[in-house]
Ligand binder design. Structure first.
Ligand code: FAD
Length: 485
């Protein structure tokens, strides 16, 4: 059986990887306070796949009898896409919080390459072979697979900054074993993942003014590879008390600056190299599947915003006021708009050149823009509905201090809500809206899958504008041939 247990996943991280955080070299990552909570969450996901209750939702049996995780099963029908949606919903509900980089969201980038096999075959047939090999390997070995797209770029007026090929990841050597790469990438979850799909940077790959061939690379990199250094940002949730910070203490995903200090990438891991055409293709299509799983997370976050705001106004009796209902309806509308995009993206799913079925691209990418653009305003609305208690409530130690119980009960309990239960709700809302992690999440959501301008470009390129030209030509009685360039 291919499925790993949580314990097997944890053991796989014990591979000598070079991880740095807060001025220390991490030796036992599964027990380190910055990583332990999120590694435990990922381990729980692995264990869920073995449980009777979740097995049918979380796993798929292949024709040869091997069992793999649902999230790693390539979609060939709309039902497959629906099953992936159910799988993500199920594990997020079981975890009781939102995690982004746990595998299902990143594997889709490999499926985008699978769809390009014919084009890649024309460049080099081993590329398509390697892609198929790795998609199969990830699923059957149940690897925790993540994604590295973004290089630290330096001066944006130049394409290449610095000496010796600059900071963008590039090839420095090529030999019988593989390619040797130098550069850096930002990557969430890299320090506790097994491998990453490393891709060329977001750039204008049609630009021929600079020779970019050495930069046009895509490969699989083992996260314990010699020469690879994980330089991690400081945690904001580590060590926080779970009662006071129910989200930060459990669901913080650590981001890494991955340094490729002349790392050898064996040929079987090279998905394409020195291929401008492949670099251009992957940048245009990279999120065709994974944006769905990403937007699903935003939907779940919208659910939590709505739930936290609702319970807070219900306990104080404010729901009876029409203008409060109007504000809740705004949150409902936000939630349902995302839901509608995701539902329609499956209903109108599209067949791909690779024989797969992908979510409808236009509905998906416009849904991603809607979800991300309005999230800060919706979070602010939820903050407004929860009220000032969000910022002034003392921590649980004080709320349960027997010396002041009489006062706490008098001033903090409302109706059937004891001071303690009410505080729990406020701590949850604080961690969702106001804590350091809440702030970090907003930046994460804005950038982690790609910056807003790149998301707009994806939506623009995937929308068919021709019918709109034709409609106006017809309605205004314009002769198309006379005006078209
Ligand atoms: C918390 C967090 C987690 C991340 N996780 C990952 C990850 O897992 N994997 C990964 O690969 N990357 C990750 N990233 C990196 C992320 O993808 C980049 O931050 C993002 O692509 C923006 O790149 P940049 O930071 O270099 O910004 P810049 O390139 O400096 O852009 C900054 C801003 O300048 C403007 N701008 C820049 N160029 C243009 C342009 N051509 N047209 C219009 N406007 C422009 C935009 O407003 C843009 O938002 C993460 C980032 C954060 C903050």
């Amino acid at each position: 059986m291919a499925l790993r247990t949580g314990e097997e996943y944890k053991q796989s991280l014990n591979d000598g990887r070079e991880v740095y955080i807060d001025g220390e070299r991490v030796h036992n990552i599964t027990e380190h306070p910055a990583f332990k909570p999120i590694i435990d969450v990922k381990a729980r996901m692995y264990d869920m796949n073995h449980e009777e209750k979740y097995k049918d939702i979380c796993t798929v049996t292949l024709p040869d009898g091997d069992v793999i995780c649902r999230g790693y099963h390539m979609p060939k029908t709309k039902e497959d896409l629906q099953a992936i949606r159910k799988y993500v919903d199920t594990f997020l509900d079981e975890l009781g919080g939102v995690v982004y980089r746990v595998g299902d969201e990143t594997i889709g980038e490999m499926w985008s390459l699978f769809d390009a096999q014919d084009r890649l075959n024309e460049i080099d047939p081993t590329y398509a072979e390697n892609i198929r090999y790795h998609i199969d390997r990830i699923a059957r070995k149940d690897l925790f697979h993540v994604s590295a797209n973004t290089d630290p770029k330096g001066d944006r007026s130049k394409l290449i900054n610095g000496e010796d090929g600059g900071t963008l990841l590039h090839i420095v050597d090529e030999n019988e074993k593989g390619i040797v790469v130098r550069g850096a990438k930002f990557e969430t979850a890299a320090a506790y993942a097994n491998q990453a799909f490393v891709k060329p940077t977001i750039s204008n790959w049609s630009n021929t003014s600079v020779n970019m061939e050495n930069y046009a690379i895509g490969f699989i990199c083992d996260m314990g590879a010699p020469g690879l250094k994980h330089i991690c940002r400081s945690p904001v949730g580590a060590g926080k008390d779970p009662e006071n910070y129910p989200i930060s203490s459990k669901f913080e995903e650590i981001d890494t600056l991955l340094i490729f200090d002349d790392v050898l990438i064996p040929w079987e891991n090279v998905l394409f190299h020195r291929s401008l055409e492949s670099a251009k293709y992957i940048r245009e299509t990279v999120h065709r599947y994974s944006a769905f799983n990403y937007v699903l997370r935003i939907l779940k976050r919208a659910d939590y915003l709505l739930g936290a705001a609702l319970l807070n106004v219900e306990q104080t009796g404010l729901t009876k006021i029409p203008s409060v209902q109007e504000k809740l309806t705004e949150l409902i509308t936000y939630r349902e708009t995302i839901n509608a995009h995701l539902t329609a993206a499956i209903a109108e799913a599209q067949e791909t050149a690779g024989g797969l079925v992908m979510p409808n691209q236009s509905l998906l990418y416009t849904g991603r823009i809607q979800a991300l653009k309005h999230f800060p305003a919706m979070a602010h609305l939820a903050r407004e509905l929860v009220g000032g208690q969000l910022a002034v409530t003392p921590d649980m130690e004080t709320i349960t201090d027997s010396k002041i119980k009489e006062h706490i009960d008098r001033y903090y309990s409302v109706g059937k809500w004891s001071a303690k239960e009410r505080a729990k709700l406020l701590y949850f809302a604080r961690d969702l809206l106001n804590s350091s992690l809440a702030g970090h999440q907003i930046t994460f959501e804005l950038f982690a899958q790609s910056p807003p301008f790149a998301q707009s470009t994806a939506a623009f390129k995937n929308y068919d504008l021709e019918p709109h030209r034709e409609m106006v030509f017809k309605a205004a009685n314009i002769q198309p041939d006379a005006v078209k360039n």
